[in-house]
Design a protein around this ligand. Sequence first.
Ligand code: BGC
Length: 729
Amino acid sequence: MKRILLPLVVTILGVSCAGDDGIPVYRQSGRSVDERVEDLLRRMTLEEKILQLNQYIVGLNTNVNNIGREIEEVPAGIGSVIYFSDNVALRNELQRKAVEETRLGIPVLFGFDVIHGFRTIYPIPLAQGCSWNPSLVETLCRTAAREARLSGTDWTFSPMIDVSRDARWGRVAECYGEDPYCNAVMGVASVRGYQGEDLYLTERIAACAKHYVGYGLSQGGRDYTSTDVSMQSLWDTYLPPYKACVEAGVETVMSAFNDINGVPATANAALLTDILKRRWGHAGFVVSDWNAVEQLVAQGYARDRKEAALRAFTAGVEMDMKDDCYRAYFPELLDEGKITQRQIDEAVSRILRLKFRLGLFERPYTDSLPEAERVLAPEALQAAEQLAGESMVLLKNDGVLPLSGVDDIAVIGPMARDRFHLLGSWRCHGRAEDAQTLYEGLEQEFGSGVSLHYAPGCDFDGSDRSGFARARQLAARCDVVILCLGERAEWSGENASRSTIALPEIQQELVEALSTCGKPLVVVLSNGRPLDLHRMEPLASAMLEIWQPGLRGGSAMAGILSGRVNPSGRLCMTFPRSTGQIPIFYNSRSSARPDQGHYQDISNTPLYEFGYGLSYSKFVYGELSADTDRISAHEPFTVRVDVTNESDVDGYETVHWYVTDPCCSITRPVKELRYFEKRLIPAGATETFTFRVVPERDLAYVDSEGNPLLEAGEFRIGVKDRSLTLNLE
Ligand code: BGC
């Protein structure tokens, strides 16, 4: 009898055996992900492995006639693509090429920027931060994940958790504001919403925490610049949201564009490998930002693309987004011994692991469902409206709101009938035609009993004042003016910095022109950053910040104006008095001379501070109390406060719990948000809010190497203007 040589040959070649039933191990869904990855890796050639480490672009072209060509241009064995289309057939065609025309049939991973919705666009992240409602944020991310997965996207480049304190930077729109804790909580809520408990064969998608790290510190708010940040600030401010997302199981992380203290984030081994992977144990992979590997040359950190590939890869970036440096140079770098097979295997395993976890080997294709079954479900739109309402911040109200007893409303301003700009930047597959205008929201809200009269007044910018006269006439004839102002969508987001955060002169002048008509002026603002409002604030009877609220901003805004919705948004980013006050944020460190060093021309305080926002209810805070007066490092304790709604309107209140450590071996911010809770307080009722303090988590701090530090002595725990002093023994 002949000896069976095959298994022996297979072993000698280092190729693993097929399973008992002849199916390769990596194709057996019952095997563990690690077994499958190990088996597949052993079967792959070097070229196949290297392809997995690259991400190409597909779908910018919406012309169906070119689909064939577009697919031809992408190598069948590519690791991932950024998929700009929601065309399921195109996606499946590309996937078919990977699955059927390659030796091992490894599916492609389809990624895209699903930032605040896929087709059901909800408020921008900066607005979401102001809702202080992480569970609603989680719900909306789940909705976005579903729409995305059913339309062929497996992976989103979200959440962005770059703590940002410079409103000139257009990307403040994409994060959750100036506070590390708020970014951490909202980031984790997003990760949970996108990924759920299990990615396998579900309607969830992989998340990506970005941009690691310090990108929010771009100099002067100019995008892509270098950042100079102390290790202390990195550890106490910029890294915590990432650590929280890693602990929550975020599948991937994106490296940032910026240079950090002389080493670009995309080639920063200390941050990517030592901290992210070794210290925090991130088991997923890191993708570079768009062209960021090649940009190491522009940043002066690599002589050429080849060296850039070497630097990024050895620092810990597993996937090269878009610029093809890895594919082009890895064979040479391997031959030269600058990178090793082992490093490549490790990187490829991280990427394959996600593909297995997503169930892509079992379900590579996307079912072709009718649009109505994939996107814009009524409950998704309803949740988008709720989040829009909860994220809007009432900045001023002299009593004109909620509106009552009005018969004629003048609706004026460039934003009033706009659909597009309300969606903001990164609108994914959102369409202006799906959006409700502010005017339509008002029409629906006020019905036939009230007459609306519209005039644009002016454009978003420019110098055409010819519409002012008509706007003034209208204002004079009506009972109240609703003036809808703001920013074009492209004025915030990536590569959208502004040297001043005031609205353009023409919009300011329109406010001035209307303020002398003798009618209450309700200013509604839609924008992607905090604004300098010092000039219009004294002229307005009320100001409502609605951000870029998405598809259902119109009804949410109108609901607040009518009183159907009681405003509950609170700022997650400070509104300075002027651009020159930047940077200004609540959690700065104490001045050496608090009574001096002020600006000579304006106050040192902001116009609207972090946590600020008005309600139609009146909330009165009681005294704080703790369940102990002796606290120790290892024993949690509880602090409580009663909040009474002394009004006849039910309202949501967010209690922000701050910790102050007045003296520490490393100076600490004047106060730090450690916990928050938002709850409905019925009219006339009192609710007790509690904060379970875990000293090692909530009172501790980190040093410049990331080591926690908890020192005995005095601590203050505060809410609003109340605080309680406790002594840690
Ligand atoms: C942005 C990222 C984004 C990527 C892919 C880059 O320019 O900085 O935030 O995820 O493009 O679209």
